[in-house]
Write a protein that binds this ligand. Structure first.
Ligand code: ADP
Ligand code: MG
Length: 685
């Protein structure tokens, strides 16, 4: 593995290195596997009358008059008119006065950009300019577009990647050649170069297939390892007492649903059983998984054992910790000493926690992946629970399960995966399904609208707030970013403060804030001190504030349906009527169709299966269901077939060479070791 730092590349200094770190790229290997999230296609230039409003168009045009240039102290504007009677298109550039000399009368260019209609006029802002020859050269290519952070452009990433591909020695392929032949997969160096700089659509798909297969392959290999380690191991933590959990269930302010009772029985039976528990609880958002986790933790503690609950975000860790403390207080069980351990826990506090974990006085711990760091020693860890499993990898699960005697394992997930796939993806687990929502819930009312609906939405929000309710507004970005046309939390918060009646408390939350700040904001929102929370998707998983009844999602077109469903799951968690407003920031019909699926159903399984039907092969990479499982390029729905094949391939390999000891599997063995090392896979927000 090429672990050289990025600064070994020409043109990458410390500043750029830091930007790359923000997107999780620290070395050359990670850079190569930082796949484009999309590709820019250069379509043939078209005449003006064929252009599509609100979409990117390339227009071939002749400069008839030299452009007008207006300059004042703050800015300069260059305007050029293109004519095609009876149509005319106004091209506008800001801060580029020098263009005047480029745009000579009589010359012909291709202008590329989004065409908008404003007051009956067609305009294109900041169009790219190409000579016809330069454009033609680009036409056959697909330019990579990367997931970015402020200051990092796709061009910068592409340049760095190109350098690695050109200058570094080719990698030896770690997928055994017999597997590559059998499943018709291309070679690794070809795959990497084509995924970044595809020659054409076909080679892109070839590359993608190989890389997706590889992701599944490594994943399933580690799953198999996990299963071997844990299958039929004896339960070293016998259960004697079961009274406390019964009391807790009695005193809950609600009655457990039939499904919760059934699944709780399954958990209890497992934990009392002779063999270790390995169980997945799959239940849609809001089905009430948390209480089951708490009950299992209480059962462990009552029998003198430790339990750990691991979650993917600090916000969620904090929230679960608070609710667990409340539950224990209500039941006079505070001597179980629940504690919270996350990346931002103070050093002195950490020391104390480590001590109390290793001497056994702390019996319940909730935290992020800080829980699996090497320093953490447990005393008698009997139960490990991971919440929002789809955000973790098998690797994190393995790591936590390796602390001491193999503990009972419970994983919880809201990702709606059809049973056939769940059996492969969770091959080492028994599956429990929570298929019932608490009775007091009213179905969420949904609407899909465009941005012109905002004033109405704001008035609606004011009414809900007057009723004492709270509101989430989701924006895809943290701050303004060049070239990306989407709402951002920072500016939106300011804007919303002006739009809503004075006195309404609006605040914001995003992943770049310090963890302590995030916790404080969440706490104030939960306490009702903040009425409207403008946030990125940091609140996507798990967050539970039942008093929030409105979810408004800006640029809904930028999210996968599964993610939108999770976001929507933040409301409708109490007895009140809740609402979800999806704002579509573009006018694409395909997007409207996808969003209509959400409008028509609140059922995660239905949403996922309809989404799958809609996604044709027209999509180059398919709309990523971001945050889903741990795959960066593979998609469990779209690539279901490949997933099955990877499963087959793993079985065959392990039959032939169970410990990967053969010479020809050496590369694979090394890559696999890297893959299993959780240190290589920081989980960010
Ligand atoms: P999820 O399955 O999405 O993790 P949670 O466990 O966070 O859902 O539960 C969502 C909300 O529903 C919480 O406020 C919880 O207290 C409440 N809840 C859980 N079970 C029930 C029930 N049986 N009846 C009523 N409310 C419930
Ligand atoms: Mg949850």
């Amino acid at each position: 593995m090429n672990t050289e730092p990025l600064t070994s590349l020409k043109g990458v200094g410390e500043k750029t290195e830091k930007l790359f770190a923000k997107v999780g790229v620290y070395n050359l290997q990670q850079l190569l596997h930082y796949y484009p999230r999309d590709y820019d296609c250069f379509h043939s230039p078209i005449p003006l009358h064929e252009c599509k409003i609100d979409e990117k168009n390339a227009i071939l045009g002749r400069v008839r008059h030299s452009p007008s240039v207006k300059t004042n102290q703050k800015k300069s504007v260059v305007i050029l008119e293109l004519y095609e009677e009876p149509l005319r298109l106004q091209l506008i550039w800001f801060h580029m006065p020098f263009l005047r000399s480029t745009l000579k009368t009589g010359s012909i260019f291709v202008f590329r950009g989004k065409i908008q209609e404003r007051n009956g006029r067609l305009i294109m802002e900041q169009p790219e300019i190409y000579t016809p020859a330069a454009y033609e050269a680009l036409q056959s290519s697909l330019q990579p577009v990367y997931g970015l952070t402020k200051g990092l452009t796709s061009k910068m990433v592409a340049k760095a990647v190109a350098q690695v591909l050109d200058d570094c020695a080719p990698a030896r392929d770690y997928l055994p050649s017999e597997i590559r032949t059998e499943y018709n997969l291309c070679e690794i160096n070809y795959a990497l170069s084509q995924i970044h700089f595809p020659k054409d659509k076909e080679s892109l798909l070839t590359a993608r297939k190989r890389l997706a297969f590889e992701e599944f392959f490594l994943f399933l290999l580690s799953l198999r390892r996990l299963k071997e380690q844990t299958a039929d191991t004896l339960n070293s933590f016998p259960i004697h007492a079961v009274w406390k959990t019964e009391e807790v269930i009695e005193t809950l302010p609600y009655q457990l649903t039939g499904a919760q009772m059934r699944v709780w029985n399954e958990i209890e039976t497992d934990m009392k059983g002779r063999t270790r528990m390995s169980r997945l609880i799959q239940g849609d958002v809001g089905s009430g998984k948390t209480i089951l986790a708490f009950l299992a933790m209480i059962l462990s503690a009552e029998n003198g054992y430790q339990s750990a609950l691991m979650v993917p975000t600090e916000v969620l860790a904090y929230q679960h910790y608070e609710s667990l403390c409340r539950l224990l207080e209500e039941n006079h069980l505070t001597d179980y000493q629940p504690m919270l351990l996350t990346g931002s826990t103070k050093a002195s506090e950490k020391k104390k926690i480590y001590r109390q974990l290793s001497d056994g006085s702390c019996r319940m711990i909730i935290g992020t992946h800080a829980l699996i760091q090497e320093k953490v020693q447990y005393h008698n860890l009997a139960l490990v629970i991971t919440d929002e499993q789809h955000r973790f990898g098998v690797r994190q699960r393995t790591a936590l399960a390796e602390k001491g005697e193999p503990p009972n394992v419970l994983v919880m997930s809201a990702t709606p995966i059809p049973r056939t796939l769940a059996i492969i993806l969770y091959g080492d687990l028994d599956i429990s399904i929570l298929d019932e929502l608490p009775k007091n819930r009213l179905p969420i009312k949904n609407c899909v609208v465009d941005t012109s609906y905002r004033p109405k939405a704001y008035r609606f929000i004011e009414k809900q707030i007057a009723l004492g309710k709270q509101v989430y507004v989701i924006c895809p970005m943290v701050e303004e970013s060049e070239g990306l046309d989407a709402e951002n939390v920072t500016d939106y918060t300011k804007k919303l403060k002006n739009e809503l009646s004075p006195g309404i408390k609006v605040d914001m939350l995003h992943g770049q804030m310090k963890p302590s700040q995030k916790n404080e904001i969440m706490e104030r929102f939960a306490a009702g001190e903040i009425q409207v929370l403008v946030s990125t998707t940091v609140i996507e998983v798990g967050v539970n504030v039942p008093n929030a009844t409105v979810m408004m999602i800006e640029n809904a077109e930028r999210f996968g349906l599964a993610q939108l469903h999770q976001l929507r799951g933040r409301v409708g968690r109490g007895a009140d009527q809740s609402y979800c407003i999806f704002i579509q920031g573009n006018k694409e019909k395909e997007v409207t169709k996808r969003l209509e699926i959400l409008k028509s159903s609140n059922d995660g399984f239905y949403v996922a299966s309809e989404d799958l039907k809609l996604r044709g092969s027209g999509d180059l990479l398919g709309t990523r269901q971001s945050g889903e499982m741990e795959f960066s390029i593979a998609d469990i729905y779209r690539d279901a077939d490949l997933l099955k094949k990877a499963g087959e391939a793993v079985s065959r390999l392990l039959l032939d060479d169970p410990d990967l000891e053969k010479e020809e599997h050496l590369e694979l063995k090394n890559i696999f070791a890297d893959y299993l090392n959780p240190e290589n896979h920081e989980i960010g927000l």
